[in-house]
Structures are given as C-alpha cells and as structure tokens.
Design a protein around this ligand. Structure first.
Ligand code: FES
Ligand code: FES
Length: 203
C-alpha cells in the first residue's frame, strides 16, 4: 500500500458521502468552480518590467506578462497604426517588423521581445519622406477603408526585402497572410511591384 492510500480512501469516503457532487461538481453544466480554484484563476500574475525598442526608441513599461506586442504598442505606447483585427493570427492587420522580419504582433508576447528591434508603420517613413511602398500605395490607390493597410504595408515591405516580389503570383503567395475585406488585392500587388522596382529589390 502506498503512503497516499489514506488520503485516497478519505477522498472516496467524502465523495460517497456527498453523492459524488464533490468529484463531479466541476464538470456539471452551470456548476461554479470551487472558490479557491476561482480565486487562483482570477488572480492576475505579477507585473513585469519590460524594455521594448520600438522605431529606434527604448520604452520601459510595466506590463502584465500576458500582454501582446500589439496591446503594448496600442494601449501602452499609443502607437495605434498597427490594427487589431482577429487577434488570432489570421488577418495580418497587426503585422510589424521584428528585427526586420514580419510578425503578427497579436501573437507575440511583449515580455519576450526585449532586445529586439520592433518597427511599426509609424517608423517606416524617414522623417517626411515616405517609404517607397507607402508612396506606391497612395499612387496605386491600394486601399479602401484602410483598416488592413498598415499591416499590408509592413508585410509588403518585408516581402520586397526578402526578395519575394518577383511576380504578381509570388507576391500574392507571400502576402497571403494579410487579408483585405475590401478586396483591394490587385492594387496592393501593383503597389508592391512598383515599390520593388523603385528599390531595385524585385525578386
Ligand atoms: S489581429 Fe493579428 S493577425 Fe489578425
Ligand atoms: S482596405 Fe479595407 S480591409 Fe483592406
């Protein structure tokens, strides 16, 4: 007999005495979880001090460790260019660059991004000079409502830098993680092709 047997025996006796409600309680529809479990689940984790480097500047923040990069940008740094669409990594509206690579900021934890260089749409232009892709989006009328546009531009800039802008089809393939509910895809592809030509980074 193991040392845990008395405890197990007591639990079985208690379960029998309560008609199984103790053991089955958490699984019954509508049953409230035990108070201690509820309290533990509701307790917020201790905040963390996090230093984020965004668009060339360092920001010291105190964050709930569950904070995403997107929420840190929008809610704490007031950089609202990156948009929250699905919050599930499916639409690309939140795309930013992390060490020049595109990432979906709604899926990235801010606390894990210390030491990385984050670039948002607010940091893409050089002062008053637009990034060639920003200029091409205007020239090509590559947006309607504009909600997906910051994410499209960040992903498009990475697509060009990665050398994946060799043809319209290649651009479509490599931009497939960025959705546009307005259906401005043809114009977005044309803008990326223009910018790739302008920067000499076509495929
Ligand atoms: S909001 Fe991040 S992918 Fe949709
Ligand atoms: S321009 Fe409206 S979602 Fe793309």
């Amino acid at each position: 007999m193991s040392t845990s047997d008395p405890t197990r025996r007591e639990l079985l006796k208690l379960t029998a005495a309560t008609g199984g409600a103790l053991a089955a309680g958490p699984f019954l529809p509508g049953a409230a979880p035990p108070a201690t479990a509820q309290t533990a689940a509701n307790a917020a984790p201790a905040p963390l001090n996090v230093t984020l480097r965004v668009n060339g500047s360092e920001h010291r923040l105190t964050l709930d460790p569950r904070t995403t990069v997107l929420d840190a940008l929008r809610e704490h740094l007031r950089l609202t260019g990156s948009k929250k669409g699905c919050g599930l990594g499916q639409c690309g509206a939140c795309t930013v660059l992390m060490d020049s690579k595109r990432v979906k900021s709604c899926l990235s934890l801010a606390a894990l991004m210390e030491g990385r260089e984050i670039t948002t749409i607010e940091g893409l232009a050089q002062g008053e000079r637009l990034h060639p892709l920003q200029a091409a989006f205007i020239e090509r009328d590559a947006f309607q409502c504009g909600y997906c546009t910051p994410g499209q531009i960040m992903a498009g800039a990475a697509c060009i830098a990665e050398g994946h802008a060799g043809s319209a089809q290649e651009i479509r393939d490599w931009m497939s993680g960025n959705l546009c509910r307005c259906g401005a895809y043809d114009h977005i592809v044309a803008a990326i092709q223009d910018a790739a030509r302008a920067t000499g980074l076509k495929g």
